[in-house]
Structure formats: structure tokens, C-alpha cells
Design a protein around this ligand. Structure first.
Ligand code: NAG
Length: 546
């Protein structure tokens, strides 16, 4: 494609479409006179058309006109006319005169647009030629998630939007937003103003990995309701549902610092400045706890239209509950006993979870919880997010519950990307190279076909104890999120890591164009992992990146 001449599109993008059939014939040429046509009266499709126009301008320097006028010549035509059982299925048909993107829904058209955008080269300004082709595509999983923790380190609204655009680029449709934790409460709640007045600010942060030394610098921040609603709408335009998480009953020190009466000992508590699992959790024997949680969740539901509300449930020590007279009285009142390898206190957490589930179900919402909610008794309608390996998810699926797979071994993007950790930005530890992300199979063979249908999808998690800046967030995500997007989108039999590596450089160029930071040096390591012949191929591919 070097020199003069028209740049050529390449449909082998990330994630790779299910079917790409290239045909004989004259290509379509995108030029200054190409129009993007959307169906009259459909605002979402108009927005889709505008997205495509913006993307094309960034990649080619040409901003096409967006219109409802049907011109059969030299147009990209968007429609929702595709009939398909999968609401996210789309088809792209390219001939000399037109590129048609037909989706089973507006969201599906959006994914067709992402594919077209990624097929479009970014190195050169001017016209682009698209080989005549039919592309048939649909995602494997309906839940394609990415979790961001902004409790440990706060990020401004502008960055959250940039992050959402990044998810869209990878066909991700769920943004799991970890909004509360020991180290900060980040969401405005009118009924409990001290949550943000007190709970959103910690006085300092531990240096390094719990070294014992502190930086003496206050860290904090929170989102107002207006900001949160703005982000929800921003994500919605990009067909991404924001799933808020209020982590309970553990990971609650920031809330306890604001309202110490909600803890078993009554405090005083502080917004935590170090990392780990802390003994002080919400008191499960105190009625005020339930009043508090219902008030918080009521306001959360007002802000977030998502059917799912994530109630956390991870790492909630039972130490305080064992000593607390009110918790013990509640255990007695409920008749909870040690049995089946669980203590009465485990069943007390199950009681808290089930009560929150009942409350949210009665408002038409559903809960997701971390796999600890399997300990004791699983709430009747809960979806389980399996993080301590796949075991919890497998067990839940066997019980007929829905599952989202996000095991540390494949999905924890706070882990290092290479063994050469000296050269990487700081991570929590662990080792999760992109190749391993790519090899992730969220629906294991051990499940029956019926059980496998309970695996709704997979998600990448980014915890941010050691990740302070937007650049660092992007570095941890990229390019591993590209590998995760193929796990989430592609049929497993079509996945091929070596082939993925050949397609990836063009996506990296788009990252550069969009101003995303990514882990560049992992490819030196990657190249040494492959055979010499492959290594040469890779060198050629990747030498074109910089
Ligand atoms: C777990 C914690 C999380 C922490 C992360 C670090 C879950 C569900 N819980 O210990 O708060 O930030 O791992 O990798 O992951």
C-alpha cells in the first residue's frame, strides 16, 4: 500500500468477523463525495451515521456527508433490516456502488460500523478502496464486559468517556463500574451526604506495595448525579450498559468512616490508605444497615437504568460479626447454624445478599455478585461473577444460575504482561501475558450444553491499587483488551493466536491515532516466545508500527 495510489481496506480486523467473503469485481472507493445514508426518523441510526463520519474523518481526513437521501451511488447505507435471531448480528455488503451495513438492531449496525472503521487504514489521508465482499458477523456472547475500579484511584469524567470509547472500539457492551471501596466512595448519594463529604477523600496513600510508608498526599474525588447520568447516556449512545457496583457488606471502610454507626464496633474508622482485605464491614445485625443500603440502592437505580446492579460480596471477613452481639442476635433470630462446611456467619452474609436481591428484584432489577455469594446459600436469582478461578462459575451454572466468567488467571488486567517487570509500569504482581488472555475459554467442556448457556459472557477486570493515571489504565488494558474482545466475540473454533498477532498491528496504529497508550514492548518478548520463522514474520509486521 506504500507510495501514491489509493489506500486499501482490510476486513481482517479485531475481533475477526465470522465470515469474510471477498468477491471478484470493481472495488468501492470512499472519497470526498461519498455519503452516509441512514433511515429517516431514526435518531439512533442518525447518531450511528455521525459516528461513522467522525471515524472516517479521523482515519482518512475526509468527513463524509450524513444524509437521509437515498443515493444508490457512492454511499454507505445503514439499515436495521437484517433478520437474525441474534440482535447484535450484522452484515456488510460491498460492491462498486455502495457499502451496505445491515444490522438486526441499531446496536448491530454500530458493530458493523466498528468493523468498517477498523478495516479502514489510518496511515494516509485521502480515498480508500474497499474490495467487493460480504461480511457476515455476530457475537458469541451477549455479555462482553470490562470492569474499571475508580475507587482505589479516581479518574475524571473526561477519561471515563475516553475509556468508554475504547470499549466501543472492542465491541464491548457492558461497563462494570466499581464505584465504592475501602479507599473511597465515589458516587453522590443525597440521603447520605457524608458518603462523599467524608468517604470520597483519604488523607494519604501507602507507598509501593503496602510498604508502611505513606505519601502524605490526600487523594479523592466523586461523581455528581449529573455527571453519572451524563456518563450513562454517553455509554448508551455507544450501546454500552453501565453496571454500577456497590460492594457490600465488605470493602465498606469509606462508608463506615462517614457513618461509623453502621459498623459492628461503632468506629472510629478512616477512609483506608493501604490495600488489602479489612476486618471492619457493615454490621449485619443493625437495622440501620438495611435502611442505609436500600436508600443507597434506590438512588443508584435512579441514576443507572441497567437491569443488573452489582452488589459485590467479595472478601467480607466474618471476624467482627463473630464478636458482635447484634450480629449474633440476628443469627439466632434467623436460626442460622454452621453446616455444610459453612459457618453461621457465612449464612448471615447470604441473608444480607438475599435481602438486597429481594429489594432490587421488587424494583425490576437483578443482582450480580462476586463468587463469594456462593458461600452459604446462593440468592435465588443471582448471577455469579466468577473471579477466584472458574470453579465458582461452573458450580453456579450447574445450579442453573447465570454466570459471568472473569477468572484472575485470564481476566485480571492489573497483573503484569511480561516476566520483565522492570520494564513495565507498576502492577499488582501476577503474570497475565496477552497470549494467555487469548487462550481463555469462558464456557468449559465440563458443562453440559444447557449449563453452558448460563455462561452469559466474559469480562476483563482492572483494579487500580497501583494504577493512578489514565495513561497507566490504558497501558494495562491495551492490547490485552484486543485479545479479550476475540474471546468475547468470536466462535472458539475460529480463534487463532498467531493469526490474531498478524491482525493486531493495524489496530495498534488506530490506538496511536486515537491517542491511547499501550504496552508496546510486550512484542519483543512475544517474538522470542515464537519460533524463528514466526519471529521474522512478526518483526516485519511490528516494525511498521512505529
Ligand atoms: C481481589 C479483590 C479486589 C482487588 C483485586 C486485586 C476481587 C473481586 N476482589 O483481592 O478488591 O483489587 O483482587 O487483584 O477481585
Amino acid at each position: 500500500t506504500g507510495g501514491s495510489g489509493t489506500a486499501e481496506a482490510n476486513y481482517e480486523v479485531v475481533p475477526l468477523p465470522n465470515e469474510i467473503n471477498i468477491k471478484e469485481g470493481i472495488p468501492f472507493t470512499f472519497s470526498g463525495s461519498t455519503r452516509i445514508v441512514y433511515p429517516e426518523g431514526n435518531e439512533k441510526m442518525q447518531r450511528n451515521a455521525e459516528f461513522l463520519a467522525e471515524y472516517m474523518e479521523l482515519s482518512t481526513g475526509i468527513k463524509p456527508v450524513v444524509t437521509i437521501d437515498i443515493h444508490d451511488q457512492n454511499a454507505v447505507i445503514l439499515s436495521t433490516g437484517l433478520k437474525n435471531e441474534n440482535p447484535e448480528a450484522y452484515q456488510i455488503t460491498v460492491d462498486e456502488q455502495t457499502i451496505r451495513i445491515d444490522g438486526a438492531s441499531e446496536a448491530a449496525v454500530f458493530y458493523g460500523i466498528q468493523t468498517l472503521r477498523k478495516a479502514t487504514p489510518v496511515e494516509k489521508k485521502g480515498a480508500v478502496s474497499y474490495a467487493p465482499a460480504t461480511i457476515i458477523d455476530a457475537p458469541r456472547f451477549g455479555y462482553r464486559g470490562s470492569m474499571l475500579d475508580i475507587a482505589r484511584h479516581f479518574q475524571p469524567v473526561e477519561f471515563v468517556k475516553k475509556y468508554i470509547n475504547l470499549l466501543a472500539l472492542h465491541n464491548i457492551n457492558r461497563f462494570h463500574w466499581h464505584l465504592t471501596d475501602d479507599q473511597g466512595w465515589r458516587i453522590q448519594i443525597d440521603a447520605y451526604p457524608k458518603l462523599t463529604e467524608v468517604g470520597s477523600m483519604r488523607k494519604e496513600t501507602v507507598i509501593g506495595r503496602n510498604s508502611g510508608g505513606y505519601d502524605g498526599i490526600p487523594h479523592g474525588g466523586f461523581y455528581t448525579k449529573e455527571e453519572l447520568k451524563e456518563i450513562v447516556a454517553y455509554a448508551q449512545e455507544r450501546y454500552i450498559t453501565v453496571i454500577p457496583e456497590v460492594d457490600l457488606p465488605g470493602h465498606m471502610l469509606a462508608a463506615l468512616a462517614a457513618y461509623p454507626e453502621l459498623g459492628c464496633t461503632g468506629g472510629p474508622y478512616e477512609v483506608e490508605g493501604s490495600w488489602g482485605v479489612f476486618d471492619d464491614v457493615l454490621c449485619a445485625g443493625n437495622d440501620s444497615t438495611y435502611i442505609f443500603l436500600e436508600a443507597v440502592l434506590t438512588e443508584v437505580m435512579e441514576i443507572f437504568p441497567s437491569e443488573y446492579i452489582h452488589i459485590g460480596g467479595d472478601e467480607s471477613p466474618k471476624t467482627r460479626w463473630e464478636e458482635c452481639p447484634r450480629c449474633q442476635a440476628r443469627i439466632k433470630e434467623l436460626g442460622l447454624k454452621d453446616h455444610d462446611g459453612n459457618t453461621a456467619e457465612h449464612y448471615l452474609q447470604s441473608y444480607v445478599t438475599a435481602r438486597m436481591e429481594q429489594f432490587l428484584n421488587s424494583h425490576g432489577r437483578r443482582i450480580i455478585g462476586w463468587d463469594e455469594i456462593l458461600e452459604g446459600e446462593l440468592a435465588p436469582n443471582a448471577t455469579v461473577m466468577s473471579w477466584r478461578g472458574m470453579g465458582g462459575g461452573i458450580e453456579a451454572a450447574q445450579m442453573g444460575h447465570d454466570v459471568i466468567m472473569t477468572p484472575t488467571t485470564y481476566a485480571y488486567f492489573d497483573y503484569y504482561q511480561t516476566h520483565n517487570t522492570e520494564e513495565e509500569l507498576f502492577g499488582i504482581g501476577g503474570y497475565l501475558p496477552i497470549e494467555q488472555v487469548y487462550s481463555f475459554e469462558p464456557a468449559p467442556e465440563t458443562l453440559t450444553p444447557a449449563q453452558r448457556r448460563h455462561i452469559l459472557g466474559a469480562q476483563a477486570n482492572l483494579w487500580t491499587e497501583y494504577i493512578k493515571t489514565p495513561d497507566h489504565v490504558e497501558y494495562m488494558l491495551l492490547p490485552r483488551l484486543a485479545a479479550m474482545s476475540e474471546v468475547q466475540w468470536m466462535q472458539p473454533e475460529k480463534k487463532d493466536y498467531q493469526q490474531f498477532l498478524k491482525r493486531l498491528p493495524r489496530l495498534l496504529k488506530l490506538y496511536d491515532k486515537l491517542g491511547y497508550n499501550y504496552a508496546r514492548h510486550i512484542f519483543d518478548v512475544q517474538a522470542t516466545l515464537t519460533s524463528n520463522t514466526d519471529k521474522n514474520a512478526l518483526d516485519v509486521e511490528f516494525s511498521t508500527i512505529d
